[in-house]
Design a protein. Sequence first.
Length: 463
Amino acid sequence: MEFIGREKELGLLKGELARESSLILVTGRRRVGKTRLIKEFIDGRGAMYYFAQEMNGPMMLRDFSAALSRHTGRTYGEFVRWRDAFRAFAESSDGRKILVIDEFPNMIGTEGGFLSMFQEVWDEVLSKSSTTVILCGSHMTVMESLDKDRDSPLYGRFSRHIVVNPLPFATVYASTGGEFTEAVERYAVLGGVPRYMELFDGRSLRENVLDNVMDRLAMMFDDPKVLLGEEVKNVATYMSVVAAVAGGSRRISDIASAIQVPATTLTSYLSRLIDIRVLRRTVPATERNPERSRSGLYSVADNYTAFWFRFVRPYMSELELGHTEWAMSRFDAHFVEDHAAFVFEDICREQTRSMSGIIGFTPERVGSYWSRVVEVDVLAINDSERRAFAAECKYHKGNPVDNHVLNHLRRKVASIPELEGYDVTLGLFSVSGFDERVMSERDVVLVDRGVPVDHRPAKTRHG
């Protein structure tokens, strides 16, 4: 697949070359494109790239020694100690040197005290030899602890920690073109994960789902379970928690009820799932202290994981036998309403972050709003300017959005006490256009299929 996006990440990597030496950490979930990003960066720069496969210490050191010989064109023989191998790399040339170690956790596991040894080598040798070292890996718990755990020997030594996330919808859509709703629905399945995007071809979404997801021999068939198993022990409990959230249980009490465990036992599971970016916790956009909020709701952070738990996992017994009828019938009947429509809301919220020129202010927070009596799909707030933008997202591919939706939004916004005294701009996001009455409104931001309609909305004061 053509390399797309990642301009910020590439810029950060290139910026590190201005340092005399640098130690860089690159983390992110498996299949998200970390290695591809690094290879794009090192292309033409004479770097040594080493992929640390799972093997014991002596075999990996022998393998690294052979790779170093191929890289430098010199014969080193077999090193007895890791520090000697790293020293040989540092002394391989006088100019700038780049060393990439991919799947670094496999190297850590080769011997006790490896990290302490590597820290000494970095401090005493590599950092003094005009060297950039990039450590990359998919085991997020291990990799992120290198930078965040104060007890880690490498704590405080990284000049840059780059977290590689799935590509945003805007980047994917701009690179592929095509019809907007088709792009939304494909993104609702693939979620901007490059490896998944490579697997889907130009056929219809349904055909690709049938062949690449529902087939028990396909890589994507049980990938969420495989990836989770690489990060946690007691996979069954974690799977149950994610399944409950994907099924609509979003509060701790509801999750506990769904999986029949005391709510007091869930905190550590939820925290771990957030740390490895399987779940996310959101609060209403009006909340200024999210950590203290009691209104937090949990949701599945990754589009494909959410899709898998809703449309694949419930039918694993049938799918293992090659019977796809039940799973595909549910996909046909509920995919748009129960999944793609919610992903569209996320896309709208993300687009709102880049709409400062249209909504008239730069948001300090963008999210949604909910209470016991009202929900608003998109809410962007700037407290210092007392400005807000509230919008509804309608993923209806039939009739255009009518004035009933707009009037309902006005009533909902008027009932939000936290917006008292704020200048509020209203908005509507649609994939089927707007009727004439809505188009005649001059105080509303209209976005049709991702494109803002030419309006100059006036702000209205709430309260």
